[in-house]
Design a protein around this ligand. Structure first.
Ligand code: GTP
Ligand code: MG
Length: 200
């Protein structure tokens, strides 16, 4: 089903800024610069809805987007990236609190997209996040990003290796490129399956 409308709902620096819970939410999580905002834009077919940048640490707030797909409404939630070495300790702690305030206490959070650069190995940050989400019964899809950066043979090798390394069902690990639009229908299919498990 195609996205028929998308708009920014609000941007929040802290819990008080979160919009009241409404339609189902899908959170985008991952290391700084991994491609969260770019993939979100691809999913909604809008080049510039979410701000992207070559400078890591661009997204400092939680951005809530309202999306319509035919009659269905949902929200995509772009979270600030973690693991950016150049931010101060206090900034990192602020990030952690913001993310935990959101992920830990959001009744309408229905799925998470965890993004992982296809060229990197899964680190402890991702492993802990996958466990943390599983403990809270939040279905997680792992989006391997920037696959356009690898030639087909190497790409296939990396996707296989990361599927094995991720503690997730194989169909929840999806090769994507926001640059080329690769994997976008597959990602929607996986998300639909998590949002409507009975029909999937
Ligand atoms: P933060 O908000 O800082 O956490 O970053 P982010 O995860 O939102 O990353 P963003 O979407 O801003 O992309 C970071 C950089 O990676 C930008 O220069 C993008 O153009 C580039 N990028 C994102 N996706 C892709 C992709 O699929 N292929 C390629 N080649 N580059 C990409
Ligand atoms: Mg971003």
């Amino acid at each position: 089903m195609r996205v028929t409308f998308a708009e920014i709902l609000t941007s929040a620096a802290d819990r008080a800024g979160f919009p009241p819970p409404g339609s189902p939410e899908i959170a985008f999580l991952g290391r700084s610069n991994v491609g969260k905002s770019s993939l979100l834009n691809r999913l909604v077919n809008r080049k510039q809805l979410a701000r992207t940048s070559g400078t890591p640490g661009k997204t400092r707030l939680i951005h809530f987007y309202r999306v319509e797909r035919g009659a269905a409404e949902l929200r995509l939630v772009d979270l600030p990236g973690y693991g950016y070495a150049k931010v101060s300790k206090s900034e990192r702690q602020r990030w952690q609190r913001l993310i935990e305030d959101y992920l830990g206490d959001r009744p309408t959070l229905r799925a998470a997209v965890l993004l992982q650069d296809v060229r990197r190995d899964i680190s402890e940050d991702e492993t802990l996040l996958v466990e943390w989400l599983a403990e809270r019964d939040i279905p997680t899809v792992l989006a391997l990003t920037k696959v356009d950066k690898l030639k087909p043979m190497r790409r296939a090798q990396r996707v296989r290796a990361l599927r094995l390394a991720a503690n997730l069902p194989a169909h929840r690990v999806i090769a994507t490129s926001a640059e080329k639009g690769i994997g976008v229908p597959d990602l929607w299919t996986a998300l639909d399956e998590t949002l409507h498990p009975s029909s999937g």
